[in-house]
Structure formats: structure tokens, C-alpha cells
Write a protein that binds this ligand. Structure first.
Ligand SMILES: *Cc1c(COP(=O)(O)O)cnc(C)c1O
Length: 381
């Protein structure tokens, strides 16, 4: 089955008792039994499994080419589940340009439990070798990164750790499985903030994991069951509905993303544009190899280098909404240093290049002409 078919039919089936084409929202906490320990169906209690969530989890496994999908109450709850595979003393190597909330979860919560995090720039993957010790148990990658759109060569990382008993997990939120399939490139776990492109309509907070093999999937499911960070049935339905149009949406996001990136690159007020589809992107070749298109996330800085210019611009966009988050049908604009990445210390932000004149755009699926006109208006203010 190809991808456009998978998003609609992959691992899905008609509801057996009524023939309902859509999976119903099973608003139930528990399921009847005929005799103690003899449930009527495979379901017993919705923390362990719920049919609506199951349909979403099966869909997730299908679109990421994995063995098992799991749906969580948020992207961070999904990451939390992965970290609970580890034990005190274990070491994790992570990309330095991480989503702010992931960084906060790692450093402010899990360091307390004696997990040790090392952050590094993955431009040169061979440098990973020096950082790996016999305690290294997990590599955490985000690609493209947020907000600087840096890429990590997923296959090179997986090849390097092969046979070492180290898990590779990839946050695939920005790319989506439409553009990039980490499990096919050798990763063990894919993670999503399903709040973003998978849900796609800015109406739900949700997270997802997909495990490459059944055994790892069962371990993760046990942690999810035991610590309880599941996604509810109504929200599961919303994400499942979102996934059905994922291919169409991301195709348009990518088309518009490229148009906005090219417009910005030619604008007199703009200094740098961060978009993997541009020839000027230092990893454009890797992007072409690893991704099938380049998505809707574009960041840029101002020639003036001034925070006030970025703020003024953001106050004046109208079709773009000034808000955190990304990946919905509507275009959003964000100031990472003051908004999404405010939890990263200022010195660390400076080190990474998240400057005060950096603006991040989540380019939606509106008509590109309206988006470009809106940007032009905001620049001219
Ligand atoms: C939003 C986001 C997260 C966190 O997901 P939530 O659903 O907000 O918990 C993690 N990684 C990336 C790349 C994100 O954009």
C-alpha cells in the first residue's frame, strides 16, 4: 500500500458490529465481562486499550512503517515514556538544537533521576563516536530541528551505533512521515507531537510513538499502561481524522513553504533564511536525500539584527496568527526567544543561534499569494 492510501486505510477496518465507516468514539472507561477474567472482547479497561485509540495507534504504525503505535496525552508524555525505558546512571546523547519543552523535560526533570544528558551538534556525525560510552543507551534526534531547521543524517547515526545496544529515537514532528521515514533509515523509535501536523487543525494536544519492532513496542506499551499518559477517545478520533488528510496537507504546506522561503531570501530586510529546501541551506543535499519534500516550517532573521524589528513585524502580520505551535492548516508566526524557546537560558540560545531577531513561520495551506502579501505588509510597517 502506498502512502496516500495508507493515511486513509492503513491497518484500518470497518467497525464490525454496525459497519460504521468511521471508528466510533468509544467513550467508555471499562468493558463488560461474562465471567471474572473473561472480557467479552479484547478490551478490559481504557487505560490499557480503547478501540478508538487502538484505531489511531494502528494507523500510526502503518504510516511510519513500524510494528506498534502508541498515542499519548501530549508529545512530551510520549518522550517521557521513552525515557522510562532507562535506569539511573544511563546516558543519553541528544541534538543540541532541541524543542524547548524536550530540553526542559530532559534537564529539569530527568537529570534529577540521575539520567545523564549530553547535547551535541550532529553536523559531523562521526563526532558521536567520542561521546558514546558503555553507559550510552539512547540517542535522541530531532530533524529538521526547531527553530533553526538543522538536519541530522538519520541513516549515518543509525549505521554508527549499529550493534552497540543503543536505541535511536527520532522526533519526526517537523517532517511528518509524509516527508521522512526514520524507521526505514534504521531508527528504533519515532516520536511525534501529534498536536502539530498529524492532528493538523490546531484543535488537540496529543503525542505518538511508533516502535520498529514488536518487543520494544510492548515495553513502551507497558510503560504507557503503568504510568497512564494515554490519549482520550475523543482526541484520538480527532488525530485519526487529521491523519486522513496528512498527505494532501503536507504537500500544500511544502509548496507554500518553498514559496515563502524564496520570497524571504529575496527580501531586502531579511538576513538569513532557514529552510532545508533552499540551495543556500548548508544541508540541502542531505535534505534531498533524506526527505521527499521540505515542509512548511521556515525561520529567518533581519538584516538589522534588531529584536524590535522582529517584534514589530510579528505585531503586524494578519493572515499569519502570532501564536506558539505549528503544523495546523492556518499559518502561524512565532518569536522563539520570547515564546517557544524562552525556557532555554539566554546564553544557551545565543550559542545555538536563536537570536532575538529570529522569527519562525509555520506556513499553512492558504493561497500563497495571500501569505506573501501579508508578509510584505508586515515588513513595510
Ligand atoms: C510541540 C513539540 C513537542 C512537544 O509536543 P506537545 O504535544 O506540545 O507536548 C515536541 N517536539 C517538537 C518538535 C514539537 O514541535
Amino acid at each position: 500500500m502506498k502512502f496516500n492510501t495508507k493515511v486513509i486505510h492503513g491497518n484500518q477496518h470497518i467497525e464490525p458490529t454496525t459497519g460504521s465507516v468511521n471508528v466510533p468514539v468509544f467513550l467508555t472507561s471499562t468493558f463488560a465481562q461474562t465471567s471474572p477474567g473473561q472480557p467479552i472482547s479484547e478490551y478490559e479497561y481504557s487505560r490499557a486499550a480503547n478501540p478508538t485509540r487502538q484505531a489511531l495507534e494502528d494507523s500510526l504504525a502503518s504510516i511510519e512503517n513500524g510494528a506498534k503505535g502508541l498515542a499519548f496525552g501530549s508529545g512530551l508524555a510520549a518522550i517521557d515514556c521513552v525515557l522510562k525505558l532507562l535506569k539511573p546512571g544511563d546516558e543519553i546523547i541528544a541534538v543540541d538544537d532541541l524543542y524547548g519543552g524536550t530540553y526542559r523535560l530532559f534537564v529539569r526533570l530527568f537529570e534529577k533521576y540521575n539520567l545523564k544528558f549530553t547535547f551535541m551538534n550532529f553536523d559531523d556525525v562521526s563526532k558521536l563516536e567520542d561521546k558514546i560510552s558503555d553507559k550510552t543507551k539512547l540517542i535522541w534526534i530531532e530533524t529538521p530541528t526547531n527553530p533553526l531547521m538543522k538536519l541530522v543524517d538519520i541513516k549515518a547515526v543509525c549505521d554508527l551505533v549499529k550493534g552497540k545496544n543503543i536505541l535511536v529515537a527520532v522526533d519526526n514532528t517537523f517532517a511528518t512521515p509524509y516527508l521522512q521515514k526514520p524507521l526505514d533509515l534504521g531508527a528504533d523509535i519515532v516520536m511525534h507531537s501529534a498536536t502539530k501536523y498529524l492532528g493538523g487543525h490546531s484543535d488537540v494536544i496529543a503525542g505518538a510513538l511508533v516502535a520498529k519492532d514488536e518487543k520494544l513496542g510492548e515495553e513502551l506499551h507497558f510503560i504507557q499502561f503503568a504510568s497512564g499518559g494515554i490519549l482520550g477517545p475523543m482526541d484520538s478520533y480527532l488525530v485519526l481524522r487529521g491523519i486522513k488528510t496528512l498527505a494532501l496537507r503536507v504537500e500544500r504546506h511544502s509548496e507554500n513553504g518553498m514559496k515563502v522561503a524564496e520570497y524571504l531570501e529575496n527580501h531586502a530586510a531579511v538576513d538569513k533564511v532557514f529552510y532545508p529546501g533552499l540551495k543556500s541551506h548548508p544541508q540541502n543535499e542531505l535534505a534531498k536525500k533524506q526527505m521527499s519534500d521540505f515542509g512548511g516550517m521556515v525561520s529567518f532573521t533581519f538584516k538589522s539584527g534588531k529584536k524590535e524589528d522582529a517584534v514589530k513585524f510579528l505585531e503586524n502580520v494578519k493572515v499569519f496568527t502570532l501564536a506558539e505551535s505549528l503544523g495546523g492548516v492556518e499559518s502561524l508566526a512565532n518569536h522563539p526567544a520570547l515564546m517557544t524557546h524562552a525556557s532555554i537560558p539566554a546564553e544557551k540560545r545565543a550559542e545555538l543561534g536563536i537570536t532575538d531577531d529570529l522569527v519562525r513561520l509555520s506556513v499553512g495551506i492558504e493561497d500563497a499569494e495571500d501569505l506573501l502579501e501579508d508578509l510584505e505588509n508586515a515588513f513595510s510597517k
